[in-house]
Design a protein around this ligand. Structure first.
Ligand code: AMP
Length: 304
């Protein structure tokens, strides 16, 4: 089934304990669509960049089957820029710089061919834009998933509350779940966030895995302990892309299938962190992904 992703396509400058990059390609929608491309071949993108964005990256997305008709290129304007520095634990980071540039007045145009998408992934971008996308779709998709971050909680709280009401699944990290709910306990936080609208809440805990909450049920997926983690940037988006890509490929939005989606998402995220930026997602094979999924099964399988 078809997936539409909306979100940032960006330049990032990153610093981790293992090194530093100049401007490289990033953005939530870049990671989401690349990750989802390993599961669904109806993978549509709505985003905006400036004319400084390299055609080679658009070619990479297209070579992964991502339809970029909805990627607006604004002449004379600059692409969104984000710069972040990770602490030694690699689970926490500081935003050093954000330049909204083209994102400041992004007016998402949904190509007619995307109008009947069954799965909608609202990746990180301004909540008012995320809401506009839902309103502009002629039919409500079967499943709408939303990702956001503390940046938007700090500057666009009311808009965020408006869009949260409209979605089926919300993904946030543990720190963001606490900020959004005012609760320290993640169980209480998920219940409070659920009452804001989304029936399903996913709380990502970086190298400590992810929790899925739905109607009183909780599922936990670990993160794969890796020998080498270079850069966690985009891991959350890659996770979301794997999760929703898997759901779109099966068309099944039951809790049991979401559990499988969480494992596929976690497997994709485990690749993402092995290199700087999105590079590790350029050339994966289905066999490599299945091998990782098998490792997840082994990791927590036991008998009593
Ligand atoms: P993640 O590590 O999964 O949280 O995602 C990191 C990506 O989010 C980077 O590639 C950034 O370009 C993008 N990003 C960071 N801040 C924002 C923001 N305020 N709005 C949209 N995208 C952002």
């Amino acid at each position: 089934m078809s997936l539409l992703t909306v979100g940032s396509v960006a330049f990032d400058a990153l610093e981790t304990p293992f090194g530093k990059t100049d401007k490289i390609i990033g953005g939530a929608a870049t990671y989401i669509t690349l990750s989802a491309s390993y599961f669904t071949n109806e993978n549509n993108l709505v985003a905006v960049v400036g004319d400084d964005f390299p055609q080679e990256m658009i070619d990479i997305l297209e070579s992964h089957g991502v339809d970029t008709t909805g990627l607006e290129i604004r002449p004379g304007e600059k692409t969104f820029f984000w710069s972040g520095k990770y602490h030694n634990d690699m689970n926490t980071r500081d935003t050093i710089d954000v330049q909204l540039n083209v994102m400041e007045n992004f007016d998402p145009v949904i190509p007619e061919a995307y109008g009947n998408c069954e799965f909608l992934m609202l990746g990180n971008t301004a909540p008012a834009i995320q809401k506009l996308v839902i309103e502009r779709l002629p039919n409500r998709p079967k499943l709408i998933m939303l990702d956001t971050m503390n940046f938007w909680m700090n500057i666009a709280w009311d808009d965020l509350m408006e869009v949260i009401k409209l979605v089926d699944v919300l993904t946030v990290n543990d720190e963001e779940a606490r900020q959004l709910s005012g609760e320290y306990s993640l169980v209480k936080a998920a219940a409070k966030i659920g009452a804001m609208g989304p029936k399903t809440v996913i709380i990502k805990k970086g190298e400590h895995g992810a929790l899925l909450f739905h109607g009183g049920h909780i599922f936990f997926a670990p993160a794969l302990p890796l020998e080498e983690v270079f850069d966690p940037t985009g891991a959350g988006d890659t996770f979301a892309g794997g999760f929703i890509g898997y759901l779109a490929s099966t068309g099944d939005v039951s809790f049991n299938n979401m559990k499988r989606g969480i494992i596929y998402g976690s497997a994709m995220a485990s690749f993402c962190v092995e290199k700087f930026g999105a590079e590790r997602l350029f050339n994966l094979t289905i066999d490599e992904i299945n091998e990782r999924v098998a490792k997840f099964v082994q990791l927590s399988a036991f008998e009593i």
